[in-house]
Design a protein around this ligand. Sequence first.
Ligand code: SF4
Length: 218
Amino acid sequence: MKVIEIFNSIEGEGKRAGKITTFIRLEGCNCRCFYCDTKYSYENSIFVEMTISEILNEVKKFGANFITITGGEPLIHENINDLILKLTSLDYKINIETNGTIDIKNFINYDNILITMDYKCPSSGMEKRMNLNNLKILRESDVLKFVVQNSKDLKKMEKILIENDLKCDIYISPVFGKIDYKEIVEFMKVNQKKFNMEKLTFQLQLHKIIWGENEKGV
Ligand code: SF4
């Protein structure tokens, strides 16, 4: 597999934010979001070709129980199933970060897997690529993450939440430095009778607060 980096850090966002996690970042993405902060994972970036055994050996060195498979877009890799099967057979608890454009149905039946899926809002430029069927199959244990950078994105999120009977948790994640965080809190307050607020969480990306916007491998 084409691996950009394997590193150990805290999970910067989502359900496991703040927990020690080993990250496997795979090469390549089928999107080009305007605000992308991991362009170094795109095709033709510097990567290392590794077998699944080599990846496992690297992961084991850190001793973490939590693994996050990310990218780029990790689900575009042909043998991603093999990697997931191997990791779950070793009792690792896996978080798959996916951009929402790839059908996730083959991944929700694994044990020990959390899906953290993006909804690409209008400001990403990638909204048309969303696989909307995924919204129906995200489980209670999964996360749908709205990456927002303006009020148009928040409006779109509101529409999606109204139109879909989502079982999963919902996270609102601002593009770093692009939107006044107070606007998001106000949005939540104004809409609190409309949605199930127990499911809605405003998050900041911890790793960017700790290490800054452009640091890799943290
Ligand atoms: S899906 Fe993620 S990695 Fe791909 S272009 Fe968008 S932000 Fe970047």
